[in-house]
Ligand binder design. Structure first.
Ligand SMILES: [Zn+2]
Length: 286
């Protein structure tokens, strides 16, 4: 069986060359992101949990084609066509280094992802989830400040909601790219220990040369964020983990299709406000 994706230009890459069918069915955990390199920034926890295992496999899904990326240095004169090609190549390099089960490049435009009337991305994600039946999904968090990222999160939630309850993932976590989740109250955080294999983290971020060359040191910033989170997570005691990422639990939204996304996110903001306010009050502020 060869995996057929909907969009012209889409790709389904299996780093170790097993059949598409086997790659889909062995997958236990999926990361779904908007752009090439987001997976390595936000879902390293899942990548490393599966790395080198025979019974756990990470499936990577990139929803957009990467056409709008900024470009500089040797990529300065690249057309959108060339940029899409180089970004797909970089993502496949990461899939190889990280030993992903597969790397799906769905190749949608950003505008397609942000159009609520276009159900194609949701339908295609649902199809991939049905074939892989992952127990856990990593995607963007709902407080991310990039519209396309939030569009992908909504598509993931909707796709999971449409799955029969018995094959829905048990955990769906919204993770950090264009906003840290350090602001959430500690009890709201899904704490993701990213301490192992720091060398691989550097390698996985390092292959995205076209993005780092665009003037942004995502490689250093991402590892710096993980280190800062580990140090500042607990104000008392010594660091247990050296590198942490945080996640927002989206599972309740998946399990209850009636639950409003807006109301759910407001709950996180309200709990943060209550905590800050209570502390100021405790020490006499008003
Ligand atoms: Zn992105």
């Amino acid at each position: 069986m060869t995996m057929q994706l909907k969009t012209a230009g889409s790709q389904f890459f299996v780093p170790d060359g097993v059949s598409d069918e086997e790659a889909l069915s062995r997958t236990t955990c999926i990361g779904v992101s908007a752009h090439q390199d987001d997976l390595e920034i936000m879902s390293f926890h899942g990548i490393i949990e599966c790395f080198g295992q025979t019974d756990k496999w990470f499936g990577g899904v990139i929803v957009t084609n990467g056409a709008g990326a900024p470009r500089a240095d040797i990529y300065g004169e690249y057309t959108d066509e060339m940029m899409m090609e180089v970004r797909a190549r970089e993502q496949k390099k990461a899939a190889y280094v990280g030993e992903y089960s597969y790397q799906a490049l769905l190749h949608y435009s950003s505008s397609a992802v942000k159009d609520p009337a276009n159900t194609d991305p949701t339908d295609e994600l649902k199809m991939l989830f049905e074939k892989s039946r992952p127990s856990r999904i990593y995607t963007h968090n709902l407080a991310d400040k990039h519209d396309t990222h939030v569009g992908v999160t909504l598509a993931v939630i909707e796709a999971c909601r449409q799955l029969p309850a018995e094959i829905r993932p048990k955990e769906v976590w919204g993770c950090e790219v264009w906003r840290d989740l350090d602001w959430m109250t500690d009890s709201d955080k899904v704490v993701l220990d990213c301490t192992p294999h720091e060398n691989l983290q550097a390698a996985l971020l390092g292959v995205f040369d076209s993005q780092v060359c665009g003037g942004k040191r995502y490689d250093l910033a991402t590892l710096g964020r993980r280190r800062a989170h580990a140090t500042y997570h607990e104000s008392h005691g010594v660091d247990v983990a050296e590198l942490l990422n945080f996640g927002m639990d989206l599972t309740p939204l998946v399990n209850d299709p009636q639950l409003s996304v807006q109301a759910y996110v407001k709950g996180y903001l309200d709990r943060m406000y209550d905590e800050v306010s209570a502390r100021i009050g405790k020490v006499g502020g008003r």
